[in-house]
Design a protein around this ligand. Structure first.
Ligand SMILES: CC(C)(COP(=O)(O)OP(=O)(O)OC[C@H]1O[C@@H](n2cnc3c(N)ncnc32)[C@H](O)[C@@H]1OP(=O)(O)O)[C@@H](O)C(=O)NCCC(=O)NCCS
Length: 336
């Protein structure tokens, strides 16, 4: 059998309408637009508003758009993988809810939880399915309703996160394109530094946990920052070395959008000019696992067949990783 590679054949994104600006945040907590822009790099973030909403209300519009854009019949989708840190429910999976909302009836569906590295983890799973030859149309939906777990009285975390979703279609090819190499890591040392303390089996929600606001993100920013800088830079450099790539070979770095200073440190280690780095943190803030594919979606029209991309991410767990892909189509053709 000919060797199969997994390629992205389409991408779509969805962000909710409401934009929460730094100025609005600075009326909610003791912060300033200047502090957020210089320490994080964010100007605004999109927020999902309204009662009874969940991550599937972000993921489903992204998947619907993808199906339309790629002219894909929902009946042909065989696998739906959803990366999310903010599932609609503990169970069933958000993937199965999104599939139902999009009329995808003949696939199996499941979630992946790897925090901000979720897209890379999900893509590696999709890669395995497609490369095996068993599945020909796999979708990876990354849906993050981060504002549902952000404490808007905590100035150290509330400027960081935003809501958004993406959907990508992954299919096989025999060409030398698509996912070429992946390096993923996890280290449970990260648990105390970035977590949601209550609502799981260890600390189920009680009046006490609610009083302590433990239903919201807990982060020790300085420690997370140090790990993120080291891990993202290390894994990106490792990806270059493993594939004998120099900075000249790489067309684009697609970094997780957590903090502008983490992105700059990664690009610096790779010796990459900033013109090759996709940055949209100013518009969306940190949308967890949706952040890498949101950048891909924003840049789609500029991407050319054969472009060499390195995607790198870091998140709670800790989880981190990097993926080297050769882009499979001319984005300008899709976005005419
Ligand atoms: C959160 C983060 C932006 C804070 O930046 P920092 O430079 O480390 O800031 P510090 O936590 O050292 O705080 C410095 C000061 O700013 C203050 N501060 C924190 N948030 C603030 C805000 N929104 N506005 C104004 N001041 C703020 C702190 O209280 C502290 O004041 P102090 O020195 O009087 O105690 C940074 O640590 C970070 O980006 N961490 C990684 C976050 C991340 O990437 N998370 C997701 C991983 S996927």
């Amino acid at each position: 059998m000919e060797k199969l590679n997994a390629i992205i054949t389409g991408i779509a994104s969805y962000v909710p309408e409401y934009i929460l600006t730094n100025d609005e945040l600075s009326r909610m907590v003791d912060t300033t637009d200047e502090w957020i822009r210089t320490r994080i790099g964010t100007k605004e973030r999109h927020i999902l508003k309204g009662e009874g909403k969940g991550a599937s209300d972000l993921g489903a519009p992204a998947l619907k758009k993808l199906l339309e854009k790629t002219n894909t019949n929902p009946d042909d989708i065989q696998v739906v993988i959803c990366s999310t840190t903010t599932p609609d429910y503990k169970f069933p999976s958000t993937a199965s809810i999104i599939a139902e909302k999009c009329g995808v009836k003949h696939s199996f569906a499941f979630d992946i939880q790897a925090a901000c590295s979720g897209f890379l983890y999900a893509m590696e799973v999709a890669n395995g399915f497609v490369k095996s030859g068993l599945y020909k149309k796999v979708v990876v939906v990354s849906a993050e309703f981060m504002s549902s777990i952000v404490d808007y009285t905590d100035r150290s975390t509330c400027p960081i996160f935003g809501d958004g979703a993406t959907a990508v279609l992954v299919e096989p090819t025999t060409e030398d394109l698509g996912i070429i190499d992946t390096e993923l890591h996890a280290d449970g040392v990260g648990l105390p530094y970035l977590m949601l303390k209550a609502g799981g089996t260890v600390h189920p929600t009680t009046h006490e946990t609610l009083e302590k606001r433990e239903q919201f993100i807990h982060q020790e920013g300085k420690t997370v920052f140090k790990y993120a800088v080291t891990c993202m830079a290390d894994v990106s450099e490792s990806m270059m070395k493993r594939n004998n790539l120099t900075h000249e070979d790489i067309d684009w770095l697609v970094p997780h959008q957590a903090n502008m200073r983490i992105i700059e440190a990664t690009a610096h280690r790779m010796n990459l000019d900033k013109s090759k780095v996709m940055v949209n943190i100013h518009k969306y803030a940190n949308t967890s696992s949706a952040s890498v594919p949101l950048a891909l979606a924003d840049w789609e029209s500029k991407l050319k067949k054969g472009d060499k991309l390195i995607m790198s991410a870091f998140g709670a767990g800790f989880t981190w990783g990097s993926m080297y892909i050769k882009w499979a189509y001319d984005g300008s053709e899709v976005n005419k």
